[in-house]
Design a protein around this ligand. Structure first.
Ligand code: NAD
Length: 283
C-alpha cells in the first residue's frame, strides 16, 4: 500500500521527531495535538531543527525546506481523513489511547493503517477499539526518532500480513531497522531495559556503589553508552515507575517490583532531567 500522506497524533517529544523523520522521507505529514500550542511549538521546533541541520551542512538546504513544506498542522482529529496512515503518539495512558483509536476508527479512511508508538501497551486493546483490527499495529520509535535506528514493529492478533509488510517497508524507507517483536508488555527493548534500571536503583539503595560508580561500571564494564541511572533521569523517573508498575501487574511477577527508592524520589517530585534533579543534578 502507498503511504504517501501520514498523520501524526500528539506533537510532544516523540510525535515531533516522528513527523520530522516522515517529512524527511518525502511523506506529506499532518500533525495534530489536542493542545494547539503544542502543535504550533512542534511545527516550529521541527523547522528550527531542520534549518539547523542545513546550517551545519548535515542536510541540503533544499531538502530541509522541502521537509518543512511537507509538514502541516491540522486543528481537528477529523482532518485525518485524507491520510493513508496514522501514527499515534499521545501519552502512555491506555484510556487516552483507547479514546484516540475509537475516534481514528471513525475519522480515518477505511483502508488507512493505524499505528501506535506505545512503549508497551497492549496493541490488541487498541485494535479492538478501532473497528478495523487488521489495520492496527505497533510502530515503536526510540528517542530521539531522527537519530535512533531501531523501530520495533508489533503485530496484534488480527494485524494483516499486508499491514505488517507495509509498516516494515515504511520503516526501512525511513532509514530505520525494523524488528518484529511480540505484543507483550514492554515489547523487547523495554522488557530488558527497565528491569536493569530497577536493579541499578536497588544496587544504589543497598549501598553497592554510588550513583556515579554504578553508571561508570556499566559504561566501562558492560560497554553501555550511558549508565542506567543517567538513562532513568533522561526517561523520567515517573515514567520509569509507571512502566515497572505496569510490568509487575501485567506480567504478574514480583521481579518487576519497583525499588522503594524510586517510589520515594517520584513522591518527592525528583523526576530526573525534567525537574533538574534525579540520580544526578542538571543545571
Ligand atoms: P509527550 O507528553 O511529550 O507528548 C504527548 C503529546 O500528546 C502532548 O503534546 C499532548 O498535548 C498530546 N495529547 C494528549 N492527549 C491527546 C489527544 N487525545 N489527542 C492528541 N494529542 C494529545 O509524550 P511522548 O514522550 O512524546 O510520548 C508519546 C508516546 O511515545 C507514548 O506512548 C510513549 O510511551 C511513547 N514513547 C516515548 C518515548 C520517550 O522517550 N519519550 C520513547 C519511545 C516511545
Amino acid at each position: 500500500m502507498n503511504l504517501n500522506c501520514i498523520a501524526v497524533i500528539g506533537a510532544g517529544t516523540m510525535g515531533r521527531g516522528i513527523a520530522q523523520v516522515l517529512a524527511q522521507a518525502s511523506r506529506e505529514v499532518l500533525l495534530y495535538d489536542a493542545d494547539p500550542c503544542a502543535r504550533e511549538q512542534g511545527l516550529a521546533s521541527i523547522a528550527a531543527r531542520l534549518r539547523q541541520q542545513a546550517a551545519k551542512g548535515r542536510l541540503e538546504p533544499a531538502a530541509s525546506e522541502a521537509a518543512i513544506a511537507a509538514l502541516r498542522g491540522i486543528d481537528q482529529l477529523a482532518a485525518v481523513g485524507t491520510a493513508d496512515m496514522v501514527v499515534e503518539a499521545v501519552p502512555e495512558r491506555l484510556d487516552l489511547k483507547l479514546a484516540v483509536f475509537a475516534q481514528l476508527g471513525q475519522f480515518a479512511k477505511s483502508e488507512a493503517i493505524l499505528a501506535s508508538n506505545t512503549s508497551g501497551l497492549d496493541i490488541d486493546a487498541l485494535a479492538a477499539e478501532s473497528g478495523r483490527s487488521d489495520k492496527v499495529i505497533g510502530m515503536h520509535f526510540f528517542n530521539p526518532p531522527p537519530t535512533m535506528p531501531l523501530v520495533e514493529v508489533v503485530r496484534a492478533t488480527a494485524t494483516s500480513d499486508e499491514t505488517f509488510a507495509s509498516v516494515m517497508a515504511l520503516a526501512q524507507d525511513l532509514g530505520k531497522t525494523p524488528v518484529a517483536v511480540a505484543n507483550s508488555p514492554g515489547f523487547a527493548v523495554n522488557r530488558v531495559l527497565f528491569p536493569m534500571i530497577n536493579e541499578a536503583i536497588y544496587a544504589l539503595a543497598e549501598g553497592v556503589a554510588s550513583a556515579e560508580d554504578i553508571d561508570r561500571v556499566m559504561v566501562l564494564g558492560a560497554s553501555h553508552p550511558i549508565g542506567p541511572l543517567a538513562l532513568a533521569d533522561y526517561v523520567g523517573l515517573d515514567v520509569t515507575l509507571d512502566i515497572l508498575e505496569s510490568f509487575a501487574q501485567r506480567l504478574d511477577s514480583s521481579k518487576y517490583r519497583p525499588c522503594p527508592l524510586l517510589r520515594e524520589m517520584v513522591a518527592q517530585g525528583t523526576l530526573g532531567r525534567k525537574t533538574g534533579r534525579g540520580f544526578f543534578s542538571y543545571s
